[in-house]
Design a protein around this ligand. Sequence first.
Ligand code: FES
Ligand SMILES: [Fe+2]
Length: 330
Amino acid sequence: MDFEPQLKLGLQNMWYPICQSAGVKEKPRGFHRLGQDVVVWRDSVGKIHIHEDRCLHRGAKLSVGEVVNGSLRCAYHGWCYDTSGQCVTIPTSKTAQTKLAPRLRLRSYESQERADLVWGYFSENADEPAPPLIIPEELEDPAYSGFICEAVWKANWILVLENLADPMHGPFLHGQSLTLGRGALEDDMRVRRNDAGFIVEREGQRGVNFDWSEFYCDDSLWVRLDIPLPFGPKGILRILCFATPMTEDSTLVYFLRYRKLSGWKRAYWRFLYKTFWEKQHFKVIEQDRVILESLRGAQSRMAEHLANSDRGVTELRKLLREKIACRTAQ
Ligand code: FES
Ligand SMILES: [Fe+2]
């Protein structure tokens, strides 16, 4: 089974994290997301804007330019665009300035900054207003504290999502890790649908390994899961995962690791995370990266043999097919 064409570069009409807020300062930044080049920049009051990264004059990347007096200025011949993408300055010709500029507007993407990430709404119809952005509530609940982990994997985004719908890989692929080495190697899986997605879970154990994951798939798509930490301090580490397609064969992945801790326990965990846990978790996600990059994308899917342990993978495929059908029907 090949990837559905509508899925290869991401589902349209959805919110995706584009980059970390801290990565966009006074200089514009260029990114390749969902197969498109976008420029992310801050205006004079620090508000984020996202536009197509292509100057309407001769096609230079606007991310090579700079922000001048609250407008985005192309480095090549100085054409400027305001926060709505409207061309406002053509310095090389007075006639063009008055006649041509008012007719030129860059494609814009609605944007938001939430949970220290820049989010963009990718839609087929640029003029359609974006729906509200729903993100996991832990990310904005002061009872939780967390860190962002970001990586780029050379694998299609669907493979990244399927890996998150597959708890049984935990004790095998990550069997030698500090966090995912415990529990039975054999189990049955079950799936429960809910309003916006589904939960896939092991029938035989909870709180021992990566034993369940929850998929939310509406106008944004994200995954929630827990892994147990054996110490420092002991308890549940909640992971909120996002996958943003870059090309057909590369994906920006975010793992936001949050804990519900207060007082000295929070400070202790934040210290230990930076000095110890971050490296351990990185070893684990490197194992995921290596295995997903070994799958050879759609080719692997054509020769696969699925079992009961793949209940989550099949449910995810079903959900995405339903989503495409529902979008097509609209
Ligand atoms: S290409 Fe941008 S101003 Fe000429
Ligand atoms: Fe994994």
